[in-house]
Ligand binder design. Sequence first.
Ligand code: ADP
Ligand code: MG
Length: 695
Amino acid sequence: MMISLDQISVKQIKGVSAPKEQELHAFGVQSVADLLDYFPYRYEDYRIRNLADAKDGEKVTVLGYIRGVPLLQRYGKGKSRLTCKIEIDGWLVTAVWFNRHYLQEQLTVGREVMLTGKWEQHRLQLTVSDSEFQGGSSESSGTGAGGKSAKSGTLQPVYSVGGSITQPWMRKTIRQALTQYETMIEEVLPHELVQRHQLMARREAVRHIHLPEDAKEGQAARRRLVYEELFLFQLKLQAYRALNRKRSDGLALRVESEWIRQFAATLPFELTDAQKKVVNEILMDMRRPSSMNRLLQGDVGSGKTVVAAMALYGAVRAGHQGALMVPTEILADQHMRSLQKLFGGMGIEVGLLTGSLTERKRRDVLAGLQMGIIDIAVGTHALIQGDVFFRSLGLVVTDEQHRFGVNQRSVLRRKGMNPDVLTMTATPIPRTLAITAFGDMDVSTLRERPHGRKPIKTYWVKHDMMDRVLEFIRKEVDQGRQAYIICPLIEESEKLDVQNAIDLHIQMQQAFPQYKVALLHGRLSAADKEAVMGAFGANETQVLVATTVVEVGVDVPNSTLMVIMDAERFGLSQLHQLRGRVGRGEHQSHCILVADPKSETGRERMKVMTDTDDGFEVARRDLELRGPGDFFGTKQSGLPEFRLADMVADYEMLEEARDDAGELTGQDDFWTNPSYARLRALLQKDQIFQGEQLD
Ligand code: ADP
Ligand code: MG
């Protein structure tokens, strides 16, 4: 077998002495492969720019002509200050060199120079860190022979260094390693993936990430290597999961595609392609004898509920029961009604199980579930706990907020059930990010929204524009639409929230005497909430003043206006959720954020909301604003640390890599085909596979 670069010690590289080799170990670098994979974390930009474009205090590289006689001041002990007038892009600039007196003789009038340094515009001064003289040598030891130094006009890699390993040494050594070993760098990715994503070959990418000709090339190299890193990471997770899947302790539901097609035909709309794809993914899981653990993520309004309904329908027709678990009673109620509507005339019995049932009613439902008279139970968390028993629970769907954890699974297992589980969420990050990273779930995504939906127009106004906001509400309602007005959020005081809502309700009633203005808050009884939502859903009330109880899942397609008071008090994902209550029908919808944010992040949040109504983009920017540390609690997160990839910026690539890895490990011949031997060998090296049977 051919020797590979990870078997060659860095000692073999010209210029690496024994002490240097020892020091490199501290950076995790032992082999030539390690060194070549020691990527720069940024570049220094030595590309020539126009001084007019440079900001004060910025580091720039410029071209100029010497126009004055150099002036040298010495301070003793080899300290000196050398100055000279240079014409740069039409300005006469004072260039300053510290402790480089030997350059004096190079500074002859009329000569062309390339200078890199810190630009101080107010003084017209450039403090030089690097200089190169036309028709002569460069101050730094370059490639010699009258040529330019390695730096001229390029991007220079910056490595993490320390001790006696200096930046120039590292640059030189990696360059040398490339010279000696570049041709031995081998491709690790399967050919079809390189093609699919139009990636650079590994050999090229390694060269260009260290020595990019230009920014574009550097980026292409980085893209290739980021993909590789994410793909290999995902491959491990998925290969592990694929092995687990071979266990079979769940129910294999015999759901026929024909049933699902028939059901889809009863819907008043055509499913989107995304919905079809996701339904298929779910059905495939349900048919397997291992239990499904799938996350369905989709932006608000992307049509997750109907997907869930189809899965539940499949479970019931296959002879089992389903449960739909939601965080609030309002939602349980709403879902109950929409399922009854969807399943109308199909002979499917849907039961509601919430905390506010009378004891008698509750007993009936429990009996119904145990005997299998009720096919689908909708309710809150209590659904799967305590004294609730199903005849044969095949599928649990959980909507928003809850994540179906290991605990709940074991509760069910103890009851002798091991149903398929589908978790739905409208907030892709941070949860999904973590999930994607940990890979404990399969993920389906609805990115597309139903056809004909118009983007929600979002505005940010100050409080002093409230009159115009009221005017806007009036206009919408006069056209037959409905509006939500969300009260400010008072941190940690539900009581104050309620008081706020009551006050705002009174104000709105006064502002709109001609309309019915309703009030919804958390202190209302379940029956009252239901009545309020029912009336709003039926357009008996036109304006709904509410606290954040309407945040999740409420679906009234005729409402087209969402006004959020003191919007800066809400987090981005909450704002996006609230906004998602509108834009659910064919009419143009609007969201108005009323806010006078005092903080920079407050303003930034308003800006994100007005910039985009794509939940994935909102989530990404939210993560950017807060940083992953905030989301996950820095160190405890257990998130993997990538060499190159950035969980936030490279999120989409992470998803692609995950899909590719899933596809590959799902292929039977992945475990046997010789062309994947390299990848399998990589897996075999990994700890989690030790003791597993790979082939
Ligand atoms: P989500 O739960 O993802 O926020 P819903 O499932 O509540 O979204 O769907 C939002 C609205 O869009 C509902 O009124 C639903 O009936 C409707 N809807 C779902 N799928 C489609 C589709 N393919 N075409 C048109 N309307 C759809
Ligand atoms: Mg929903």
